[in-house]
Each structure stands twice: as C-alpha cells, then as structure tokens.
Design a protein around this ligand. Structure first.
Ligand code: ADP
Ligand code: MG
Length: 342
C-alpha cells in the first residue's frame, strides 16, 4: 500500500464566527489510499473537520497541507480531486442519469458517458435499466443516497469524504453504500475519510481511526470513551455504571474529570479474577460482539457492562484459548492508571 501523505495538519484550529473553538488539532496525517474513520460523540467536530478536509469550510488558524502543498489559491483544482457526501443528500431536479452525468458534464469529461454512468449505478446496486431514467422524486431515501454516491464515484475522486453516509438510510442501502465506498478504495486506491457511528464496520475496514472529543484528537484507533458523571470518592474518581459496578480512575488535578478514554489494549479479559492485583478495576459483563480489527489483525471484543460497552483488544489466538464467544460472561480488568483524562 502507498503511504504517501495526502493531508497534513499542524496546529490547526477552527471556530465558527464569534463562537468557541470547534477544532484544535496539534497534528494529523492522513495517508493516500487509507480508509480513515472519524469517530466521536455528536458535537465533537467530525462534520467540521470533514468540511475542512473537503475544502468547503476554511480553517481559521494553523496549517493544512494537501498533497504537500498549501491549498490556498488552489481550492478550485483541489475540489476536483476531493468529493464529499452528506448524510442527507439532495438530488438535482432531473433524472437519475442526469444527476450522475452532471459532474462529468461540468468537467467536459463526457467520453463514454453512458457507460460510466451505468457503471456508477451498478456500483451502488441500482440497475441502470430500471433506474437511469427515473426522476429524482421517485426514489426512496436509501436510493437517493445511493444515487448521490454514484454521482461522486463517477468522478473517480482521489479522496472521498463521507459524513455519516449511512445514518439515515435503511439497512440494505447502508450495506450497499459501504460496499461501494470500499470498492472505490480497492479498485482505484481512493482515499476514504468517513465519519460514522458504525464502529463495527470501521474496525473491519479502516486502516486508521481518529477519535475526536470536543474538537481534539483523543486517540488513534478504537478507543473506549467513558463520559461522566465521574464523581470523587475516597481519593479516586469513579463512574458508576447502571448496574451498580464502578470504574475507578486516578485524580489528575489539572484535568476536568469529565470524560476519559481507555485503550482497548489495556483492557484484559479475565476468566479467573482471583489472580488480579487488588487495585485493578474488575468489571463484569457479557460479550456482545467480536470483530477482526483490520488495522491491527487483532480481535476486538465488545462487552456490555451496565450502560456502556467496553472493548478489549487481544490476539486471535488468545480469543481461542479463552474460548470467548458472544454471550460469554467475562470479567474485564484494567488499572485505574489506564483510565486517561481528556
Ligand atoms: P459533529 O459532526 O461531531 O456532531 P460538528 O462539527 O457538527 O460536530 O459540530 C461541532 C461544534 O460546532 C458543535 O458545537 C456545533 O454546535 C458547532 N457548529 C457546527 N456547525 C456550525 C455552524 N455552521 N455555525 C456555528 N456552529 C456550528
Ligand atoms: Mg456531524
């Protein structure tokens, strides 16, 4: 795989007019040909970051390089290489065919137009004979989203930026949207940058994951984010889970103690909790999911514990040795020091 840098961000900040900082990113590199996931709770700045990466919103401080160059002055050219899809796409008031052909016509790039439009339709699971001449208002929500994606794929973009592309579509459309994005990456080496809450899918396909929280990068890769209420108790800070269990963390004076992350690699699945150091967090739960994480080649085990899901990362061999499967009752162990304030 090519590891050339396509985006590089240094000390970048962003604020909407007169508003507080919505982004504050010290450093971020995105490689060409990567599938980069952006995750984080609502309001953490995912859409703002994606609009900046798609050159639809200027950042307000620091620097952003695209393909090694300062993009200012070259936005028009760059926008031809980067295409952006929102969660609720709108179509032009014309046929499906003309919607997809529109971008190519704008670029005077109309050789083999019909073939290319049909190819794009097939990529999103829409049969050209059935859909090409359909008018924009005769489509379901999921079909609208797929046509919108087909219109972007027809451009063979260098970068495909997707903002929660499957949040508002039915499950079968969601699957087709995800497959089409991955096929662009596989066949053309398109760099895919996607914000989504579909963490399972991201673990399976992404080469990088960026965790955002309140405008800052709080981790790379799948993280456990534990939001409050965290309360002080006996010299520690604890987060009570809905089933009465408690996660303990260390107090750090300069931290706000609002939210913390725990790296899944620091969370061990324990079958025999007797052998643990007294000070470790021991949290009981039920395995609800197991994923092969593409970026690490490890298993990611999701465990429901009270109101939250905690993830543990381990080798595939270890998963086999421990004979873990969905519905297994397990104990998770991690040190209070591994709970990191953000
Ligand atoms: P996310 O996509 O992770 O939910 P956003 O990037 O949409 O986060 O929002 C980050 C913050 O910026 C939020 O506090 C949001 O209210 C604010 N925000 C988003 N868009 C605008 C806008 N156009 N004008 C002012 N504030 C905005
Ligand atoms: Mg958003």
């Amino acid at each position: 795989m090519d590891h050339r840098t396509i985006y590089e961000i240094k000390n970048m900040t962003h604020s909407y007019e007169k508003g507080p900082r919505t982004l504050d990113i010290d450093y971020l590199k995105i490689c060409e040909g990567s599938v980069t996931g952006i995750v984080g709770p609502n309001g953490s700045g995912k859409s703002t970051l994606l609009r900046i990466l798609a050159f639809l919103e200027p950042h307000t401080g620091g620097s952003l390089f695209f393909d090694g160059l300062d993009p200012s002055g070259n936005e028009v050219d760059i926008r031809k290489k980067v295409t952006y899809l929102l969660q609720n796409s709108y179509l032009l008031k014309r046929s499906v065919f003309e919607n997809i052909a529109y971008g190519l016509r704008l670029r005077n790039d109309t050789n083999d137009l019909q073939e290319r439009v049909y190819d794009s339709l097939k990529r999103v699971g829409l049969s050209p004979s059935k859909f090409a001449q359909r008018l924009w208002y005769r489509l379901s929500g999921g079909e609208v989203q797929r046509v919108a994606l087909a219109a972007r794929l027809a451009l063979h973009p260098k970068v495909l930026v997707l903002d929660e592309p499957t949040a508002n579509v039915d499950e079968s459309s969601a699957l087709l949207v995800k497959e089409a994005a991955v096929s662009a990456w596989k066949e053309w080496g398109t760099t895919v940058i996607v914000a989504t809450h579909d963490l399972q899918w991201l673990a399976e396909v992404s080469t990088d994951i960026i965790s955002l929280f309140r405008g800052k990068i709080v981790g790379h890769g799948t993280e456990n984010l534990v939001q409050g209420p965290w309360v002080r108790e006996n010299g520690n800070v604890v987060r009570a889970l809905s089933d009465g269990q408690k996660i303990r963390a260390l107090i750090k004076e300069e931290a706000e103690l609002l939210a913390a992350t725990i790296n899944p690699s620091d969370v061990k699945v324990i079958i025999d909790p007797e052998n643990l150091t007294a000070n470790a967090n021991k949290i009981k739960g039920t395995v609800t999911g197991m994923t092969l994480e593409r970026a690490t080649g490890s298993s990611l085990i999701s465990v429901q514990t009270g109101d939250i899901i905690l993830k543990s990362r381990m080798t595939v061999e270890k998963t086999r040795d421990l004979q873990i499967s969905p519905a297994s009752e397990v104990t998770l162990a991690f040190s209070p020091e591994d709970v990191r304030w953000i």
